[in-house]
Design a protein around this ligand. Structure first.
Ligand code: PMP
Length: 461
């Protein structure tokens, strides 16, 4: 008999398992709104890219025509260009040449990537960066960054308790428990208002033991799509600092779904000065990072896990970063030395490809500019899906107040549908979503909105 014969079959992952069930369904009208991955609308996109080949000091132009099919995964132009999959510009070609080396990276990853990632989240002019109080290590996307941060805390921090919002992304409790921390929760969401339970949140954080770790979603809370207002963030910050709690931010959606987005219009080819410009010009990258930045501005310490899965569409490349802001440069360098001891026995060192793409996009003003435009296209499409779904339910006279669909932000709508209604919609309409009623707005298109609206209508009437 097998030495593993005693094993019981483990359940599928509650989020990724939705895709497995979807894949097995032969229905032509099936719809996967489970996993948070961006999908295309039917669009014809003709863009003209102009790149300056700064190496050879001459200008080249390339014309790029893309036809997006409906409901397909999207590879951003900036990434496509870098990969050389479509029109290889002189600039992207140069980057490919430079990245040919496949030797091991250092334990902490691509140095440029780390520096630029810290600047993206904290701001290029952040005093913490200038004073070398930040240590940043490249990790395996958001999940890996959370895990490395969790293991570091379990080994070196005086408190084991980590408080997560209720509800939160389903993987959080598992990541932190396996890292060696003790997972607790604080109130966050009020089902009655489908908004923030601010009073409950403040009461719970006010009652946690001093020094506890508090996990905060930096923006676009998953799964609720409900974020504190700037004023509420300020109250939360004061409470956290007054009780010497340690904030650990999860930033998985920076700049993706902000309503007040405007694109970079100034292009500066002097690479050393680009960051000064984009800090002012790119709107939502900064706005979405504001809660994190206010916690840095007060001089206190914190951790941030960044993911480039959603905002650069690099899901499968597993590219992310963990930053720890410390009180002094001396402490930050000691922290980095210990992070290396956490990472080395876990996976030794991170992969090259994704981080090199991100560093190239963040560093080059043309690619950065193109990225901000693509971010805006994605954000606009999600917002338009919210409006179309809301209008479709309104047109059907579906009972209930559905205004939260347009009020919530981010990739998801927390519909308020219960698990029976969800299974009804899967059974009768072949619509797949997590059992808590969360739907990925990024998986919808104008063509599929009526089908979803019909299903919701039938589920609630
Ligand atoms: N945090 C949150 C809140 C998320 O929603 C996700 C992705 N679903 C992640 C972290 C991590 O994703 P990844 O590891 O793919 O970057």
């Amino acid at each position: 008999d097998s030495v593993f014969a005693h094993l019981v079959r483990a359940p599928e992952d509650p989020i990724l398992g939705v895709t497995l069930a979807y894949n097995k369904d032969p229905s032509p009208v099936k719809l996967n709104l489970g996993v948070g991955a961006y999908r295309t609308e039917v669009t014809m996109l003709f863009s003209v890219f102009c790149y300056v080949d700064y190496r050879r000091l001459c200008e080249r132009y390339s014309l790029c025509c893309l036809v997006h099919q409906e409901g397909k995964p999207l590879v951003l132009n900036v990434v496509r260009l870098w990969n050389g999959n479509s029109s290889v510009t002189p600039l992207s070609f140069c980057i490919i040449c430079r990245a040919r080396n496949k030797e091991y990276l250092p334990i902490t990853g691509v140095a440029d990537f780390n520096k630029l990632s810290a600047q993206l989240i904290f701001g290029a002019d952040s005093p913490a960066i200038q004073e070398s109080r930040v240590t940043t290590v490249q990790c395996l996307s958001g999940t890996g960054s959370l895990r490395v941060g969790g293991e570091f805390l379990a080994k070196h921090y005086h408190q084991r308790n980590i408080y997560l919002p209720q509800p939160t992304w389903g993987n959080h409790p598992k990541v932190f428990t396996l890292a060696g921390l003790t997972v607790q929760t604080y109130r966050y969401y009020a089902p009655a208002t489908r908004g923030l339970d601010f009073q409950g949140l403040m009461e719970d954080l006010g009652a946690v033991p001093s020094g506890s770790v508090i996990m905060l979603h930096a923006c676009a809370h998953n799964p609720t799509g409900v974020d504190p207002t700037p004023e509420q963030w300020e109250e939360i910050r004061k409470l956290i600092r007054s009780k010497a709690l340690l904030p650990f931010f999860d930033s998985a959606y920076q700049a993706m779904f902000c309503l007040h987005f405007f694109a970079l219009s100034i292009v500066d080819h002097e690479h050393t000065r680009i960051y000064l410009h984009y800090g002012f010009a790119s709107g939502s990258l900064d706005k979405d990072a504001q809660p994190v930045r206010s916690f840095v501005a007060d001089g206190g310490e914190l951790l941030v896990a960044q993911s480039y899965a959603k905002n650069m569409g690099l899901y499968g490349e597993r590219v992310g970063a963990l930053s720890i802001v410390c009180k002094s440069a001396d402490v930050a360098s000691k922290v980095e030395s210990q992070l290396k001891l956490v990472i080395r026995p876990m996976y030794s060192n991170p992969p090259i490809h994704g981080a090199t793409i991100v560093a190239a996009v963040l560093k080059d003003s043309d690619l950065f500019n193109e990225w901000t435009i693509e971010l805006k296209e994605m954000a606009d499409r999600i917002i338009s899906m919210r409006q179309q779904l809301f209008d479709a339910l309104h047109a059907r006279g579906t009972p209930g107040d559905w205004s939260h669909i347009i009020k919530q932000i981010g990739m998801f709508t927390f519909t308020g549908l219960n698990s029976e209604q969800v299974s009804f919609m899967t059974r009768e309409y072949h619509i797949y979503m997590t059992s808590d009623g969360r739907i990925s707005m990024a998986g919808l298109s104008s063509k599929t909105v009526p089908h979803l609206a019909d299903a919701i209508h039938a589920a609630v009437t």
